[in-house]
Design a protein around this ligand. Structure first.
Ligand SMILES: [Zn+2]
Length: 227
């Protein structure tokens, strides 16, 4: 069987048979992959605890006819320990892993930005860099933005008037952004200026370190304008 090497983060695991697990990984070069880890549930597994959710690992994978098979796994960063020790961080990490799993639909398609974003978010959670909920929310907004779902927060989606602090503004999920009081639709909800600034900060959020991605350039911070 042909082998490939990659690094990735474990998004989730599922039991298979007596002692095996199917591991879903988001990898740097192969996008999302699902691969069998044989014997991983045995006490003396050669994988040890390295294929648990949120672990970052270097893997050697054999291409199989239906499912790939993990032949080696080495731990790179121990994000999982500090994350699992903190309930709020653990909850946020689950949201992050679930979102990444759903947003990256296809397997074996390289998704470098999504990968770096997941790494940045887990790294921030492990270091307790910010409030775990804020990291989780920020991750979701940015992951959606990378996938092409950026909410328009700087101008009315109908008339294009730029938003400013002096007027009432509404937010519509189906319309994908902000609406002025003249154009707002019945399903839209009023948004305070503070809430709009908060949303913008979430979209632009940066946790430092591994969190950098080209989303930062696409959505330059507008703190100066909105402050
Ligand atoms: Zn308008």
């Amino acid at each position: 069987m042909p082998l490939y090497q990659d690094e990735g983060v474990v998004l989730r695991t599922a039991k298979l048979g007596e002692a095996d697990r199917i591991i879903t990984l988001l990898t740097r070069d192969h996008g999302k992959i699902r691969a069998v880890a044989k014997g991983v549930r045995r006490t003396k597994s050669r994988f040890g605890g390295r294929l648990e959710p949120f672990m970052r690992v270097d893997v050697l994978v054999a291409e199989g006819r239906s499912l790939d098979v993990i032949s080696q796994a080495e731990s790179i960063s121990a994000y999982a320990g500090p994350i699992c020790a903190d309930y709020a961080a653990y909850t946020a990490a689950n949201v992050i892993a679930e979102t990444a799993d759903k947003l990256v639909a296809g397997e074996h398609e390289r998704m470098t930005m999504q990968y770096r974003l997941v790494l940045g978010a887990l790294n921030a959670l492990a270091k307790h860099a910010h409030d775990p909920n804020a990291i989780g929310d920020s991750y979701v907004m940015r992951a959606l933005a990378i996938a092409g779902w950026t909410p328009r927060l700087r101008a009315c989606v109908v008339c294009g008037d730029p938003i400013d602090a002096g007027k009432a503004w509404y937010f519509s999920i189906p319309a994908g952004g902000v609406m002025c009081s003249a154009d707002h639709t019945p399903e839209s909800t009023p948004m305070s200026w503070n809430a709009l600034c908060q949303m913008q900060a979430l979209v632009d959020g940066d946790w430092g370190g591994a969190g950098h991605s080209s989303a930062d350039r696409r959505n330059p911070p507008i703190g100066g304008k909105m402050g």
